[in-house]
Design a protein around this ligand. Structure first.
Ligand code: ADP
Ligand code: MG
Length: 327
């Protein structure tokens, strides 16, 4: 079992950013209003990651269960995957992380004043501590000594600057999919990304990418038969050499989709030079039965049924939006 978990860890926890992603997604699934991410790095590498949320929290039994491989509170049957709305469903992340690191979990149910808090410490899959403790409602997960017990350790981190850039990029994608949640990322105590609660998507874009970028955007809002599209796209003048600033979410999940990215570019047609990409922040709402999220352990890629029609709808929405604006 220990070996199996270590292998699973390699898939779920490719690098520090994927670990942060799993933990932040758990906080979002727990209904958090605010999520704090604290990264501590030594001279050479990231040494600890702490995520604190004010989500639903866990009762003592569930806290222990959370580390059991394939234990998830989010689906009970395979066919639930067709209607999945939560970001997690594999029940793999916490077990995998605890197999290759030292994890301290502190949690207490948010909506039950009388419920006890729990502190669990696990290292290399072994429970070192499980005790009652006073704690605020919500959950804190502290991860230390990453990959201390596997040869994967060296592969796991490039320079700490590279890893921080990945964490920030990933977090920005998640934040834009959930602009109403307050996020705060610090790196060795210094604030890197901070967003407010109940912000609009445009506020959040301005906060992250600057007011100048936000000013050059036009809103998109369309409902087509298979997809509802909402968000903001840039005037052609804001075009870029890379596609990194096309940020997509599908049903609240930050994803990358080459087909949709292409459709956005097609929507601009000749308004953009051939080798340029627009800036776009789009949220797509698609019937969950048409989106297969169980394609890859990291869940960044999804398989979309009727993708050509959905991509076509996105292209048309972009075209129509641009035609309606004096550019
Ligand atoms: P999954 O998210 O796929 O269910 P995880 O291993 O990420 O699997 O988490 C296991 C379980 O632990 C979740 O189903 C959830 O019940 C619980 N859990 C994890 N993180 C949190 C959190 N921040 N707040 C409340 N419950 C959590
Ligand atoms: Mg999860």
């Amino acid at each position: 079992q220990a070996t199996v978990n270590k292998i699973a860890a390699g898939e779920v926890v490719e690098r520090p950013a994927s670990l942060v992603k799993e933990l932040v997604e758990n906080s979002i699934d727990a209904g958090a209003d605010s999520v704090r991410i604290e990264i501590i790095a030594s001279k050479n590498e990231i040494t600890s990651i702490r995520i604190t949320d004010d989500g639903c929290g866990m009762v003592p039994e569930d806290a222990l269960l959370a580390f059991t491989p394939h234990a998830t509170s989010k689906i009970t049957e395979i066919r639930d995957l067709d209607t999945i709305r939560t970001l997690g469903f594999r029940g793999e992340a916490l077990a995998s992380i605890a197999a290759v690191a030292r994890v301290t979990l502190i949690t207490r149910p948010r909506d039950d004043e009388l419920a006890a808090g729990t502190r669990i410490v696990i290292a290399g899959g072994e429970i070192l501590e499980n005790s009652a403790i006073g704690a605020p409602g919500g959950t804190t997960v502290l991860v230390e000594d990453l990959f201390y017990n596997t040869p994967a350790r060296k592969k796991f981190q490039k320079s700490r600057a590279t890893e921080l850039a990945h964490i920030i990029g990933m977090l920005e994608g998640i934040i834009l999919a959930h602009p109403t949640i307050a996020f705060r990322l610090t790196y060795n105590g210094t604030e890197q990304v901070v967003t407010g609660r109940n912000a609009t998507r445009l506020d959040t874009i301005a906060r992250i990418y600057g007011a100048a970028t936000a000013r050059d955007l036009v809103p998109v809002s369309t409902t087509a038969p298979l997809v509802a599209i909402a968000g903001h796209i840039s005037r052609p003048s804001l075009s870029r050499k890379d596609r990194d600033r096309i940020i997509l979410s599908i049903n609240g999940r930050y994803v990358s989709s080459p087909a949709i990215t292409n459709a956005i570019k097609e929507g601009y047609g000749t308004l953009l030079p051939k080798d340029r990409f627009p800036v776009a922040f789009l949220s797509l709402d698609i019937d969950t039965a048409l989106v297969d999220v169980n394609v890859h352990p990291t869940k960044k890629l999804v398989r979309i049924s009727r993708e050509p029609e959905i991509a076509g709808a996105v292209r048309d929405a972009i075209k129509k939006t641009l035609a309606g604006h004096d550019l």
